[in-house]
Design a protein around this ligand. Structure first.
Ligand code: SF4
Length: 702
């Protein structure tokens, strides 16, 4: 959509002119280009991103006095890039924005226009530096908006100023003061966690959620898809049936037989009302729908339905089990669509969580994105996902590419992800998208399901599990709905803090970090590494802060790396104070070998990671080049020279030993197993005793 810049103001088009030259828009979308004078503009008309929904701008919601000036500015925004000399400056501005960013910018302008209107300002040329400064104070002090939101609004006004040369003089705002004085003074203070840091999903929720999603994808899918196929066959048979004497007789005989044997009439409950299952009855009697409807209108059968409503079981064997029991007693004709939806939702959860992709990337996946790798002698074959990336897709002129671009580094797919992709690939529609939106609301190029739809479906998935398997329920997350955007941070959180925890066990990979990192060597910023490093650094800082506090209270540490742990705790306290706020600090902490201390709660120790001494990666000892930057905590070895233990670790060892002894001493434990448990308990006690004998304090020499 880029148009060449003219030397002076660009005269606005006529009311019936199209917003942009159709030849600059993909042919399939040209019919969506709005007219300049239209009451509303669909700003996303040119976007080829399947996860971008419709975003309309209604001009009657702008104040009268400023509407036409901003319409002109809006047209310039969509059509012309920001001049080069501004792109090269310190503002880090893009020539063109993505469709959604354009929409956000226009909405920000509308809010600004209403604020101006309330102050009696009727022309953009009346907007001085001090008016702009006042507006920033209004956003911060009166509206109390978050830092990133204010930054986005001020950026939108900078863009309005940047386009001023293309606007009539009466529509040119002055240069915003934050462009000359630095934007930081015009923003609210930064929050410790960063405004956009979504909360990680609580492990108590994420573990069972993943377990159930995997059950659907790996175990229940066969039963659900068999039921779906049979339901489709029944519907097709109904559509093909002829309305004749034979079908009428078949329906009459079927109903009479039910009555004679006292069997219930197939029915379904819709919004609290019981309806006869006409399609189901039509399918099993081989009659068309009209014949069944006609027969059931008789008072006799209405009465019978009211007194004897019954299910519509499909003749599909249930093959999957949970804890030795069938996962469902049988599948009802009317439950098939819901179960298929839950299966697709489960596939989304598995892909989004176990890859670390952004939601827009998952929604942009298409059939064929994860081909089978070529057979290889020895070693592991890894499936790779070729996904499109949207957020960072710009052409060489800085224009946003709405269709995204194939990311340079692929995502790595563990086998569970491959299974989820194959399930979806087998059933894609004409769009080819794995998670296509409502087929009745498709647009050229295909549209994915919206974030809101998927969020709702995830809640429905959880509700189904909790209704049907309450004893094995998915607890509510303390931070509210799960949504689509929290999986990525949750994965980083779990890998950084619970490397061998419930989630890793659920997918049988304690070393998820290594697997998920494999596709990114040398291109770390494109994947999940940034967020993973931030979570890791925060976990390290918090752990060292706990150790520092314990030492200050007279606590002690033991183990071959005890002295290193003490020094690391003090150094961390001096430099970071227990808090890592941003990527820069995370990088600084993780690049300092003296501070890379990882808590390993499952082994009751701190790993003071020195790659050269790490026994969890013996194959890497020989090669300096291959040494990983983080330990494999799930493969921790008790004789490693990197181990240190705190008093807290020692007391937890004793608690664990006590628990194991209790298990050994219960009457139900067979003697050989009990003896093994007692032996293990003695080992743990011996480690705790050794801690007592060798513990060092803050001031003691090593
Ligand atoms: S063996 Fe254990 S202590 Fe040693 S480097 Fe690996 S995880 Fe750390």
């Amino acid at each position: 959509m880029t148009a060449p810049l003219s030397a002076g103001p660009a005269p606005g088009p006529g009311p019936d002119d199209l917003l942009v030259d159709p030849s600059t828009v993909e042919e399939a979308r040209r019919e969506l280009i709005p007219r300049y004078g239209a009451a509303s503009w669909r700003i996303t008309f040119a976007s080829a991103n399947p996860s971008v929904g419709t975003a309309d701008l209604h001009w009657d919601t702008f104040p009268d006095a400023l509407r036409e000036q901003l319409r002109h500015a809006g047209w310039v925004l969509l059509k012309f890039p920001v001049p080069d000399h501004l792109l090269n400056g310190s503002t880090r501005m893009r020539g063109h924005l993505s469709a959604l960013r354009n929409h956000h910018t226009l909405i920000h302008w509308r809010c600004f226009a209403h604020w101006l209107d309330r102050r009696g300002i009727t022309e953009l040329a009346q907007v001085s530096e001090s008016v702009l400064g006042d507006y920033s104070i209004h956003l911060v002090k009166e509206r109390r908006l978050h830092r990133n939101t204010v930054a986005s609004i001020l950026g939108g006004l900078t863009r309005l100023h940047a386009h001023a040369p293309l606007l009539p003089e009466s529509a040119r705002i002055r240069q915003p003061p934050w462009e000359t004085e630095g934007v930081d003074d015009y923003l609210p203070a930064a929050t410790p966690t960063g405004e956009n840091a979504s909360e990680a999903i609580n492990p108590a929720t994420m573990g069972p959620l993943l377990v159930w999603a995997l059950r659907f994808v790996e175990m229940f899918a066969t039963d659900i898809l068999a039921a779906d196929a049979q339901a489709a066959r029944l519907r097709a048979a109904t559509a093909a049936a002829a309305s004749d004497q034979r079908s009428r007789a078949a329906v009459a005989a079927y109903l009479a037989d039910l009555e004679a044997r006292g069997l219930p009439l197939p029915a379904h409950n819709r919004t609290g009302t019981v309806w006869a299952a006409k399609t189901y009855i039509a399918a099993i009697t081989g009659a068309p729908l009209g014949v069944v409807s006609y027969a059931l209108r008789a008072p006799r059968w209405r009465q019978y339905l009211a007194e004897n409503p019954g299910p519509c079981p499909l003749d599909v064997p249930i093959t999957a089990t949970v804890d030795g029991q069938k996962w469902i007693d049988g599948i009802d004709f009317h439950d098939v669509a819901g179960l298929v939806q839950h299966l697709d939702t489960a596939a989304f959860i598995v892909i989004a969580y176990l890859t670390g992709m952004r939601p827009s990337e998952v929604l942009g996946l298409q059939a064929g994105c994860c081909p089978d790798p070529p057979a290889r002698q020895g070693g592991t074959r890894r499936h790779l996902i070729r996904a499109r990336v949207f957020k960072t897709a710009y052409d060489e002129d800085g224009n946003h590419l709405s269709a995204g671009e194939i990311r340079c580094a692929p995502w790595v797919a563990v086998p569970q992800v491959v299974t989820a992709i194959r399930l979806r690939e087998a059933r894609v529609d004409a769009t080819g998208l794995l998670f296509a939106g409502d087929p009745t609301n498709q647009r050229p190029g295909g549209r994915a399901a919206s974030y809101a739809t998927l969020s709702r479906r995830i809640e429905q998935f959880v509700a189904w599990v909790n209704t049907h398997h309450g004893e094995d329920a998915i607890p509510a997350d303390p931070h509210g709905n799960i949504g689509t955007r929290r999986f990525r941070r949750t994965l980083a959180w779990h890998i950084a803090r619970r490397p061998g925890g419930l989630v890793a066990l659920a997918v049988q990979y304690g070393h998820l970090r290594t697997i998920i990192s494999e596709g990114y060597a040398g291109r770390q910023r494109e994947g999940i590494h940034d967020i993973l490093d931030l979570e890791t650094a925060r976990a390290v800082a918090e752990h060292l802060s706990d150790v520092e506090e314990s030492l200050a209270d007279g606590g002690k540490v033991s183990g071959p790396a005890a002295r290193r742990l003490i020094l690391a705790a003090h150094e961390q306290h001096r430099r970071f104070g227990g808090m890592v706020l941003n990527q820069r600090q995370a990088k600084a902490l993780l690049s300092d070998p003296a501070l890379t201390v990882f808590h390993n709660p499952e082994a009751y120790l701190s790993c003071n990671y020195d790659p050269a001494q790490a026994q969890c990666n013996p194959e890497n000892l020989a090669s300096q080049r291959k040494r990983p930057t983080t330990p494999s905590l799930d493969r921790c070895r008790p004789s490693c020279a990197n181990i240190a233990r705190t008093d807290s670790d020692a007391s937890q060892l004793r608690e664990r030993a006590q628990h194991i002894r209790y298990q050994a001493d219960t009457a139900l434990t067979p003697e050989p197993i009990a003896e093994r448990l007692r032996h293990h308990a003695r080992e743990l006690i011996e480690i705790a005793d050794r801690h007592e004998r060798t513990r060092l304090g803050d001031k003691e020499p090593s």
